[in-house]
Design a protein around this ligand. Structure first.
Ligand code: SAM
Length: 287
């Protein structure tokens, strides 16, 4: 097969299959030949390693991953791409395509089934409409994976990689920091895709923490505290958390004081330790 990432080959393949792009499925395919090898090399794919890809499209990243890893399992929602992938990936015998929705797949059992005794990494050029839900789903499932390397919109990349306690941070920044160390790898211009999206993208890597950086007694409650604090991010955490979770203000004021958090602080000024302190003290009081 001629070089898959060449724009003329991609256009010819798509036209042969009568394929039309679905905007609602976030179908912007990579046509810049330098991006996929770089992404695959950064993903952890290598000898003795398994990789899960989400949304292979016509397989430009999939084949780069398959050149490095022992096995690649790619999950594609769009049935119309199955015959295309059959053709474009025909020379690889270490790729399995699963026609499913990444928001529904049970990744834990997929890993047990497809990659027993193999270190696993995740790598994807994510459809933009599901960036946050997919990332949170992967992190919350506490999968036994080394890292998650994803291409996302640049703005989302900045939010995901922001330091907790800075103005760029949001609830997803705090959640991501609990599960992983986020790293900005490189930018990708809008012109690298067909069709070109309106905004630039970036590739980031989430290096999964072996143990969380803070002790949290009740994770569900910890994440509720974070959500409510950022739910009204212009307000002080005293107001946003007490409003969001219906907690008595004087009681919350005491909790903030005992955690050394000034009452006039906003969510973006709090550290991961601050959030875990608030959650742990309040959940202790609930008992
Ligand atoms: N990896 C290809 C590339 O880099 O050119 C395609 C990336 S494109 C941004 C996103 C891909 O994800 C498309 O192939 C789309 O059909 C697929 N997709 C969209 N929603 C999905 C979902 N919920 N689960 C799995 N795949 C999905």
């Amino acid at each position: 097969m001629e070089r898959l990432s060449d724009i003329s080959n991609i256009k010819a393949i798509l036209s042969r299959h009568g394929f039309t792009f679905s905007r609602s499925l976030g179908q912007n395919f990579l046509i810049n030949p330098s991006v996929c090898p770089k992404m695959a090399a950064a993903s952890g794919a290598g000898k003795g390693v398994g990789v899960i890809e989400i949304g292979p499209g016509i397989g430009v990243l999939t084949c780069e991953l398959a050149k490095l890893a022992d096995k690649v399992v790619a999950i594609e929602l769009d049935k119309r791409l199955l015959p295309v992938l059959n053709e474009t990936l025909s020379e690889y015998n270490n790729i399995k395509i699963i026609n499913d929705d990444a928001l529904k797949v049970d990744f834990k059992s997929l890993i047990e089934r497809e990659f027993p005794d193999m270190p696993v990494y995740i790598c994807a050029n994510l459809p933009y409409y599901i960036t946050s839900p997919v990332i949170m789903r992967l992190l919350e499932s506490k999968l036994n994976v080394g890292s998650i390397t994803v291409m996302v919109q640049k703005e989302a990349a900045l939010r995901l990689c922001a330091a907790v306690g800075t103005r760029q941070s949001s609830s997803i920044t705090v959640a991501v920091n609990y599960y992983a160390q986020a790293e900005m790898l490189f930018g990708v211009s809008a012109g690298s895709f067909l069709p070109a999206p309106k905004v630039d993208s970036a590739v980031i890597r989430l290096n999964i923490n072996k143990t969380p950086p803070v002790r949290v007694d009740d994770e569900a409650f910890f994440f509720k505290i974070i959500q409510s604090a950022f739910g009204q991010r212009r307000k002080t955490v005293l107001n946003s958390i007490s409003f969001g979770l219906g907690i008595d203000k004087p009681k919350l004021s005491e909790v903030l004081k005992s955690s050394g958090i000034p009452e006039n602080y906003r969510a973006e000024q709090l550290t991961l330790e601050n959030f875990s302190d608030i959650a742990n003290i309040l959940s202790e009081q609930k008992r």
